[in-house]
Design a binder for this molecule. Structure first.
Ligand SMILES: Nc1ncnc2c1ncn2[C@@H]1O[C@H](COP(=O)(O)OP(=O)(O)OP(=O)(O)O)[C@@H](O)[C@H]1O
Ligand SMILES: [Mg+2]
Length: 290
């Protein structure tokens, strides 16, 4: 389907995807080839077909960006309650911008965002959080000099009563022993994986319905990557959370997610069940390093 822009001499760059797999396609080639995919963007009916259960988040024809710069061009998304969706795509494609837009960090020029049937397009981030949407940042956002417990309590800053935040933090500690054991220690002593767990836990303090997770595996060793995905899996399967994630580790992300989207230059290029995208030859060549 995609023309071969790659018949020149293979380059020895690692390209995009899993670092552990030898790839022979350069970053520029990925960008060029991925661009061609967006010519066959899936229609909204195809996105609807991937949804199971009540709609949790629906984005329609979103045009959004930063300042006056447009990053997302008529982007649509659908995910059902208790489903998981993973966005993959080249660097700079606008994946984080999708999460930023849902959470209220971007300038929205047109289009709508609905969460659980409510129009939340114009709500600020605090109101998003009160409406059950939580955002876990791509960057390391733990406060190193505060204790684990204090970091966790920060997640409840919107609660009216400190006692409510404490009760919520206690609920999280009951679930994650390894955090409780370190409750009184400064967060800087945590391992990378534990830090990511703390970031996720802080979002859980508000008991959100929808978790927006940017690059959960970034910077983690493989065993911690598995731990983080197990935690997200548990949140989805046992607590019924809806998860929208961005993942540079496309294999992990697509193995995990019910639904996979490929984003290229601010536009949707492909969508399908995660397991189907994993087997897709274009996705394999461009994003899985195979
Ligand atoms: N806060 C910001 N202000 C201005 N421009 C931004 C901001 N954040 C991102 N951009 C720009 O928006 C575009 C899309 O960036 P985004 O971070 O959404 O991409 P991404 O797909 O998440 O990439 P990566 O895989 O590198 O994380 C890029 O051109 C980027 O420079
Ligand atoms: Mg990003």
């Amino acid at each position: 389907m995609v023309g071969s822009g790659n018949d020149s001499k293979p380059k020895s760059t690692t390209g995009y995807g899993l670092g552990s797999v030898d790839t022979v396609i350069s970053v520029d080639d990925v960008q060029r080839e991925a661009q061609k995919l967006s010519a066959t963007a899936p229609p909204v009916a195809a996105l609807d077909a991937l949804v199971e259960g009540a709609p949790a988040v629906a984005i329609d024809d979103l045009v959004a960006g930063y300042g006056r710069m447009e990053i997302l061009h008529s982007f649509s998304l659908r995910v059902g309650t208790g489903q998981s969706l993973c966005l993959i795509g080249p660097n700079g494609a606008g994946k984080s911008t999708v999460l930023h837009s849902i959470y209220g960090f971007t300038n929205i020029f047109s289009g709508t965002i609905h969460a659980g049937g409510t129009d939340v397009t114009r709500l600020g981030s605090n109101d998003k959080l009160k409406n059950g949407i939580a955002y876990i940042l791509q960057d390391n956002s733990v406060f190193p000099d505060m204790t684990v417990e204090e970091n966790l309590l920060m997640g409840g800053y919107l609660m009216d009563k400190p006692a409510d935040a404490r009760a919520a933090a206690e609920r999280v500690f009951q679930k994650y022993d390894r955090l409780r054991e370190r409750a009184k220690q400064p967060a800087r002593v945590l391992s990378g994986g534990e830090r990511r767990l703390l970031e996720i836990s802080r979002a859980l303090v508000m008991d959100p319905d929808v978790l927006l997770v940017d690059e959960p595996s970034i910077g983690l060793e493989p065993r911690f990557i598995d731990m983080v995905f197990d935690i997200l899996d548990d949140l989805q399967r046992t607590e019924g959370k809806t998860i929208i994630m961005v993942e540079q580790n496309a294999k992990k992300g697509l193995e995990f997610a019910d639904i996979g989207y490929v984003l290229v230059s601010g536009e949707l290029a492909k969508a399908g069940p995660g397991s189907v995208l994993l087997e897709d030859p274009d996705v394999g060549r461009l994003f899985l390093g195979g």
